[in-house]
Design a protein around this ligand. Sequence first.
Ligand SMILES: [Zn+2]
Length: 200
Amino acid sequence: MNLANCDRCGKQVANHELISYTLASGSLELCTQCFNADVAERFGVDDFDNNVIDPISIVDAAGDSHTFHVQTRLMGPEMVVLEAFELANGAPGGYRFQMIAEPDEERFSQLGRLVQKIRRTLTTRYLENSELGLQIKDMEVRGHIEADMSEEGNLFESRVPMLTIDGRDISWEEFGNMLMAFEGFQFQLKLVDPGDDVNS
Ligand SMILES: [Zn+2]
């Protein structure tokens, strides 16, 4: 896992825990807690719950356990973003969820809704192993679009998506191969905001 220090409290945290924060005086790399404290002060959010949340384990339809790390980020006086993600080789990878909530709502009930959202997704599998390899199970697929970091170039230059379906990475090429089982079919593509519930 790549570690780095928070520019404010000096605590050593994983890279994905740091947020670049731009101020008039320059740019800082802050840990989640320092970032939230700063935003809370700036916007006068007095009682923001800035406690670190312990990882949550949730079992999927196949009986496999998934450990989710949860980050809360205060984005202003009226918005807190909760993100739940799995780690693969020390970096976020696999299933990923985002939920938008109000800062003054109890963290406990926010987490309850987040867990429900995760459970609903984990009960459904869109891919299955067949004699032709991994294939689309029914006539529908849901997942996430990420950047394919194995392609040439860096994050900002990547022009090929890496899809996350059933919590696993599926390259654009692999997905294309799966679609060929449906040659001649029509398709429908709907893009959904990361904070919205794709199941509703
Ligand atoms: Zn810090």
